[in-house]
Design a protein. Structure first.
Length: 256
């Protein structure tokens, strides 16, 4: 996702870092606990024993933006681009949907979206790459730079990406962008550099409400598997047949 915005000054960046630290302190202990005692895989064959998935609990998200700030800092995401973002939905008494995501919720949400309307319900929806089993992005890439890792994560080989933008047009979730510089495709990687060091993703670790859960779908005893067994969930745009590996709890019909 990208959005036109001015380049933040050093003082603003430091403020965002301090905001993120608050969320990290609250969410870290729970997020780290679910990975305790697990050894990271060391070979391609061992990678196949894992299959990573992601859960977003929209009933717990408060739209604080800690996840967005943590992702920006952890992955050095350029200004005006986002690997993850949060959308705010407000549905008024006439069932009109009001939707916004100012700067991806980088600075949270400052004002009411529809102050002149009587709001019947409101909620926040975090979004990120869905790491689909049948991903459109990998199918259209002319050089094979977009690919599936052995453990189910959709990644981009930056050495081979030519920046053609086909994957961006093909992705139905709007989660890819061309990063300038160096002019190649980029997106959420599920913090691949972290998860194989027994660490949670940056957004999971920063969330103060545990609205984001990441784990191994192949492990029947993992927290994510337990949640999917016990809770009702939905997928974004399931009719497209992409088979996303990002599962949403409490997803309203108004979300697109």
């Amino acid at each position: 996702m990208n959005e036109h915005e001015t380049k933040p000054e050093r003082r603003r960046f430091l403020r965002l870092a301090l905001y993120s630290a608050a969320g990290v302190c609250v969410g870290s202990l729970t997020a780290l606990a679910q990975f305790a005692g697990k050894s990271p895989p060391g070979s391609p064959e061992e990678l196949k024993s894992y299959y990573w998935g992601f859960v977003v609990d929209t009933t717990r998200c408060i739209g604080c933006g800690s996840c967005v700030r943590a992702c920006k800092i952890e992955n050095n995401v350029p200004d005006s681009y986002f690997r993850t973002w949060v959308e705010r939905y407000e549905i008024d008494e006439h069932e009109h949907v009001h939707l916004d995501s100012p700067k991806g919720a980088l600075e949270s949400f400052k004002a009411d979206l529809a102050p002149d309307s009587k709001i019947a319900k409101a909620f926040f929806v975090p979004k990120l790459c869905n790491h689909c089993k049948n991903s459109a992005c990998t199918q259209v890439c002319p050089v094979g730079a977009s690919y599936h890792s052995p453990d189910g994560v959709v990644l981009i080989d930056k050495k081979h990406c030519v920046g053609c933008g086909y994957c961006i047009q093909a992705c139905p979730y709007g989660c890819r962008y061309i990063s300038h510089p160096p002019g190649i495709a980029d997106k959420c990687t599920l913090c691949y550099h972290r998860i194989h060091k027994e660490l949670p993703t940056a957004c999971v670790q920063a969330c103060p409400r545990e609205a984001r859960i990441h784990g191994d779908l192949n492990d029947p005893d993992s927290r994510i598997r337990k949640i999917l067994r016990e809770r009702r969930y939905n997928l974004l745009k399931p009719d497209l047949g992409t088979n996303p590996e990002c599962f949403y709890i409490g997803l309203d019909l108004e979300v697109r």
